[in-house]
Design a binder for this molecule. Structure first.
Ligand code: FPP
Length: 257
């Protein structure tokens, strides 16, 4: 049984199921960015190697992608590997590089059935060939899908992305194809990996860390930020719905009153 309290629906069927859920008639964020943090700590708490945390985190990705698709989110961007993550131990980096393949080997058919479009955001240079190939196949096979757009930020760093854009614009100015005065926000946005995507409405970061870690700094100028102490492998669709409920309770003013 659902009881309406304010804008939220609270499930009352039995006490253990009592939880706030979002308003299905309310605004669903179009684009949700996710920093999937806490895999290492999750593993450590269980005396497992860090890669076991990432493996478990991959299962969470599956669940959250389905949940997002089920409620009509248009774009999800998952921070899977940052330009800073190369500093991790070799074994862990190797494992993280295998995850896209592993994920896609079991999920791609279902993603295709669900009309999901998969894309990679980030710098392919430096990624192992097998990682690029897995992403290329997924991108190619889902290219014409019109449902949820699922982006994996891989070898992604916001500052690197901006440097790349500014260099390209500097080249165009040098070549005389544009004037410096023509460079505006819209032109910069068009030179980012996210050129054809709306900015994220909501950022979710797990594991109690309250920072952006070089993730979509330009794009998140007006994004609502939502943090939880829950570690990514423990994050469930109920937590996801809670984030959306809280998003729906916020007033987005974009600098106005
Ligand atoms: C941060 O946790 C997590 C990562 C650097 C990797 C995230 C990747 C996944 C969840 C799997 C991705 C799945 C696919 C399909 C590509 P951490 O290791 O920094 O955790 P810690 O802060 O507790 O050490």
């Amino acid at each position: 049984m659902l009881e309406r309290i304010g804008h939220m629906l609270v499930r009352k069927a039995n006490q253990e199921e009592k939880r706030p859920v979002f308003d299905e008639a309310g605004e669903i964020p179009r684009h949700i960015a996710v920093i999937m943090d806490g895999n290492g700590r999750w593993a450590k708490m269980r005396n497992l190697p860090r890669i076991a945390g990432h493996r478990s985190g991959m299962k969470t990705v599956k669940e959250i992608v389905k949940a997002a698709d089920g409620i009509g989110v248009k774009t999800m961007t998952m921070y899977a590997f940052s330009t800073e993550n190369w500093k991790r131990p070799r074994e862990e980096v190797d494992y993280l590089m295998k995850l896209p393949q592993e994920f896609l080997s079991t999920e791609l058919e279902e993603l295709i059935e669900r009309n999901v479009r998969v894309r990679m955001l980030g710098n392919p240079e430096g990624l192992p060939a097998h990682t690029i190939e897995a992403m290329n196949i997924a991108e190619e096979r889902t290219r014409h899908n019109t449902g949820l757009q699922l982006n994996f930020a891989l070898n992604y760093g916001s500052r690197t992305e901006l440097v790349r854009a500014f260099r390209e614009l500097a080249r165009q100015v040098q070549a005389g194809t544009i004037q410096p005065e023509e460079v505006d926000e819209e032109m910069i946005a068009r030179h980012l990996y996210t050129s054809d995507l709306p900015d994220p409405d909501l950022l979710i970061r797990t594991s109690g860390e309250i920072r952006l870690s070089n993730f979509m700094l330009w794009q998140m100028a007006y994004t609502e930020l939502w943090f939880t102490d829950v570690l990514w492998p423990d994050f469930t669709k109920e937590h996801f719905y809670q984030a959306i409920a809280e998003y729906q309770g916020r007033a987005r003013r974009y600098g106005a009153v």
